[in-house]
Design a protein around this ligand. Structure first.
Ligand code: PMV
Length: 320
């Protein structure tokens, strides 16, 4: 049997982080420049029936039977086999490679799960549909993150920008113009769950103030959705920057992120904001093909420890 290979992208929250926890919308995009790849090689001559799992990035090399029942890899494989009504995986080697930085708000766990589901179900001869992939990936996200909103697994499964609101059907967004973005890592480690719980205590102390922030962010998300559909990149940039200003007022930013946002704007970005949990981690800058090199240089000079140049292609399909 030939090797099976499946990939899944990373992800970025464009707008609506934190407010999404309170039932407001958020928009996320797939990031195709960082990927997880899962390769499966059959082992027809193996002396044991066990499956070997190799994931060099997390220094994992083990037999599947040695993983705990609720290990995300083991649980993913079990859920795929269950949904195919299969009782075992034929002996094989599963090799997981990823260029997505872990714990950086770029969707590394959901990407691994989606690629693994695709590879295992294809290896079994019955590639699963996106709806099922998304359902399994959400269940695995709960092992990783407790009570995830589901935005990561959804955007990565469907590989298109999504407008997402907890508990509601998501919308896939049509993209009129290429959206070129630079993602910059502040180098500051931050815990999303810590920031989420800080926001909750601010909200409990000042409900009117924070509800008003969430309402304003909702309005921004609705405008961003329109701008993506109509291809109005100038308005899109303005909305992203407004979202950052609100996040800063909500104490979700930090001096390093603010400095990166300022540097991006000064060097000609159309908009810039922190992305994800905040108080560290990544920010994004909306750029044009003409100014992107200048923005990358400015971000590096302002302290970015890494930059990723990405583009959400328009539905016409051309990446500039
Ligand atoms: O750090 P990330 O990219 O996983 O984003 C967290 C987004 C939050 O809205 C802060 C939390 C959540 O569960 O949606």
């Amino acid at each position: 049997m030939p090797a099976i290979s499946a990939s899944a992208s990373g992800k970025l929250i464009l707008c609506g982080e934190h407010a999404v926890v309170y039932g407001k919308p958020a928009i996320a995009i797939p990031v195709f420049d960082i990927l997880t790849n899962v390769k499966i090689l059959a082992r027809p001559t193996a002396t044991t029936t066990d499956t070997v799992i190799t994931a060099p990035k997390i220094a994992l090399k083990t037999e599947l039977s040695r993983l705990a029942e609720n290990h995300p890899i083991k649980r993913t494989i079990d859920l795929v086999l269950n949904s195919l009504r299969a009782d075992h995986l034929p002996s094989c080697e599963i090799i997981i490679n990823s260029s997505i930085p872990p714990a950086a708000g770029l969707g590394s766990s959901a990407s691994t799960t989606v690629a693994l589901i695709r590879a295992v179900s294809s290896f079994m001869g019955h590639p699963l549909e996106n709806e099922k992939i998304n359902e399994i990936a959400f269940e695995i996200e709960t092992i990783h993150h407790g009570t995830p909103s589901g935005i990561d697994n959804t955007v990565i499964t469907y590989a298109k920008p999504i407008y997402f609101r907890k508990g509601n059907p998501f919308e896939l967004l049509d993209v009129k113009q290429n959206i070129s973005l630079i993602i910059a890592d502040s180098g500051i480690k931050s815990s999303t769950s810590k920031v989420v719980s800080e926001v909750r205590s601010h909200w409990e102390k000042e409900p009117d103030q924070y509800n008003s922030f969430f309402d304003q962010i909702q309005e921004i998300c609705n405008k961003v959705k329109q701008d993506i559909k109509t291809g109005d990149l100038v308005s899109l940039g303005n909305q992203l920057t407004l979202n950052h200003i609100l996040l800063r007022e909500m104490q979700i930013s930090c001096p390093e992120l603010d400095q990166l946002v300022e540097a991006a704007m000064k060097s000609g970005a159309l908009g810039a904001k922190l992305s994800g949990g905040g108080q560290g981690g990544n920010m994004l800058a909306l750029v044009t093909p003409e100014n992107k090199e200048k923005v990358i240089e400015a971000l590096r000079n302002a302290g970015a420890v890494n930059t990723i140049n990405t583009c959400v292609p328009s539905d016409k399909g051309s990446i500039v």
